[in-house]
Design a binder for this molecule. Structure first.
Ligand SMILES: Cc1ncc(C[n+]2csc(CCOP(=O)(O)OP(=O)(O)O)c2C)c(N)n1
Ligand code: SF4
Ligand SMILES: [Mg+2]
Length: 305
């Protein structure tokens, strides 16, 4: 990055997450959500990032973040956040840090870490009541290494590890429900294409203390195989079809913040993405399309009218 660009970043008055000449894909839905979230969280944060696509944002010594950034191994981000929190608490106790210099510990990981490889640290962090915000951008696969199947991959999606005619035969894990079962301070699903809903949830997350999860669906042109210009439309379709329910958990109660009515058929969402193309060509796979629709219908039936 040129000296001019660095100076310009330093001179900017407000908090903006800028591309730092890094290797992010055009149209990245995870970056869109992170950008919106970071604009609200601001510079008084220490982002503890587990290996994944977003790691490429900060290439030492450059970073587009105004606050601090700490890189950990894939499973260790919540443990890193604990260390950061403890250090700040000790410094505050010893009056070696003024309260206004306190920073929020923010974990940032993909779904591969949050749903699977890095799942073991969040439950004890929740049990300890760790005061942190965990942001997961969920692109439904191990994106940085080629979009292999993760525990967040949806039924029927074709991935390099499930390349057959039926795609992935399993089901996406319900991370929202798993976190909520631990009764943390706050859990919410968001998506970058619904910025007002996202903004309200980030404001709520900031207003409470304790363990908080912000789980964002992250449309991924590279891994999901679609034109980068369609990221916002795909995000809207994920909500309109009911595939990605927008909701929050607080004080033992789950509230849906958008109830799509009427719901669009799931195939409007599926047909836009190359990872589901085998369900439409060369022969339409009615069975798998119906299975995906049935899963979404069952979810909303259980939610009620
Ligand atoms: C223990 C471990 N295994 C494998 C890797 C290699 N690796 C780096 S990034 C990545 C993908 C992470 O997937 P996800 O958390 O979903 O983030 P995304 O790449 O999709 O942004 C993998 C497997 C690693 N860094 N550490
Ligand atoms: S692979 Fe997907 S999640 Fe990763 S940078 Fe590219 S668009 Fe974003
Ligand atoms: Mg991922």
């Amino acid at each position: 990055m040129s000296e001019f660009a660095i100076k310009r970043m330093k001179d900017l008055p407000s908090v903006h997450l800028l591309g730092a000449g890094t290797a992010m894909c055009a149209g990245c839905g995870g970056l869109q959500a992170l950008h919106e979230i970071y604009d609200l969280l601001g510079r008084n944060t220490v982002v503890v990032n587990a290996a994944g696509c977003m790691t490429l944002l900060a290439n030492y010594p450059y970073t587009p973040f105004r606050g601090s950034w700490l890189y950990t191994s894939m499973a260790s981000a919540p443990a890193g956040a604990q260390g950061v929190r403890d250090a700040f608490d000790i410094l505050l106790d010893k009056k070696r840090l003024a309260p206004e210099e306190n920073l929020t510990a923010v974990v940032l990981t993909g779904d591969g870490a949050a749903y699977g490889m890095g799942w073991s640290p969040p439950p004890p962090a929740m049990e300890r009541g760790l005061d942190f915000i965990y942001i997961c951008y969920d692109n439904e696969g191990y994106g940085n290494t080629g979009q292999q199947t993760s525990a967040a991959t949806p039924h029927g999606a074709r991935t390099p590890t499930h390349p057959g005619v039926a795609g992935f035969g399993g089901e996406k894990k319900d991370l929202f429900a798993i976190w909520a079962a631990h009764r943390p301070a706050y859990v919410a699903t968001v998506i970058g294409s619904e910025p007002l809903d996202l903004a309200r949830k980030i404001q709520t997350a900031v207003s409470v203390k304790g363990p908080r999860l912000i789980l964002s669906l992250a449309p991924c042109p590279t891994g999901w195989d679609y034109d980068p210009m369609d990221t916002v439309e795909i995000g809207h379709l994920a909500v309109k079809t009911g595939v990605w329910p927008l909701k929050e958990y607080r004080d033992g109660k789950i509230t849906h913040t958008r109830v799509p009515h009427p719901r669009a058929p799931v195939e409007e969402y599926l047909a836009k993405q190359g990872r589901f193309a085998h369900l439409f060509e060369p022969v339409r796979n009615n069975k798998i399309i119906a299975e995906i629709q049935a899963g979404v219908d069952a979810y909303w039936r259980a939610v009620g009218p």
